[in-house]
Design a protein around this ligand. Structure first.
Ligand code: SAH
Length: 237
């Protein structure tokens, strides 16, 4: 990924270098303009949501931190004396993680990675990188290739049905074209504007169904404060 097309990496590198950052703006046809507070990408263990803390406690063996960003989870795992490899597609994120002390960092697309891991960790809606439900078969194939025998995938996501709630608190999903968790995002940091990309939020029932159809058990091991949850997927023997 080129730096000129990598708003999130630019924001991460800026914050790392200066201790502050401009607005990391997020556009989606579904929402008004929003922003990601860049400091949250640098959160410490005690600042993380409970479901992320639970995921870090549950992670074991050789751990792969997918879409590791500024490396907050990898650094927390290293502090817990766990073995972790961070992977990110953004060269600026990767450089930042190396400078921050993440020992093993790979700059690569998750979908082309090779190797074997006991825990694949995908946090902050990490499964979002799958983009669409249509790409889930590819994703499960790749998870199956990467997971060592007895391995686990830990991922969090949110059931974003709440964005369709009307003034009476009624959620009506009829009439929505396609799956309601398939969003399109575009980001901008200063003058760096990235390409639009698909980003998937998946509800726990759909994740469980899809996991079963592709050879995995799916347990919801924690629920967050607002429709978010942590799932643990393991191979069906
Ligand atoms: N997990 C981190 C960062 C989340 S932001 C945290 O919780 O703070 C998502 C990250 O995923 C970005 O750094 C982005 O560069 C990375 N990413 C997106 N698609 C990817 C892919 N296909 N393979 C690896 N990393 C990817």
């Amino acid at each position: 990924m080129q730096a000129g097309k990598d708003p999130m990496g630019s924001a991460i590198a800026d914050y790392h270098a200066t201790g502050k950052a401009a607005r990391l703006r997020v556009f989606s046809p579904m929402f008004d303009e929003d922003e990601i507070p860049v400091a949250t990408l640098f959160r410490r263990f005690d600042e993380m949501p409970a479901i992320e803390q639970e995921a870090l406690r549950t992670a074991s063996g050789a751990i792969l931190d997918v879409g590791a960003g500024a490396g907050c989870h990898s650094l927390a795992l290293q502090a817990m004396e766990k073995r972790v490899t961070a992977i990110d597609i953004s060269p600026l994120a990767v450089e930042t993680m190396r400078e921050r002390g993440v020992k093993k960092v790979i700059e690569q697309d998750f979908f082309t990675l090779e190797g074997h891991y006991d825990t694949i960790l995908m946090l902050m809606n990490g499964i979002g990188i799958v983009g669409t439900l249509r790409r889930l078969p590819d994703f499960f194939l790749q998870v199956d290739r990467l997971l060592a025998p007895g391995g686990q995938l830990l991922c969090d996501s949110s059931d974003i049905c709440y964005i369709f709630e009307d003034e009476d608190g009624i959620i009506d999903l009829t009439g929505i074209e396609g799956y309601y968790g398939e969003l399109t995002y575009q980001m901008q940091y200063k003058s760096v504007k990235g390409e639009a990309f698909p980003w998937l939020f998946i509800d726990p029932e759909t994740l469980r169904e899809q996991a079963l159809a592709h050879g995995f058990h799916c347990d919801i091991i924690a629920r967050g404060e607002h429709y978010d949850y942590l799932a643990r997927l393991t191979r069906r023997c």
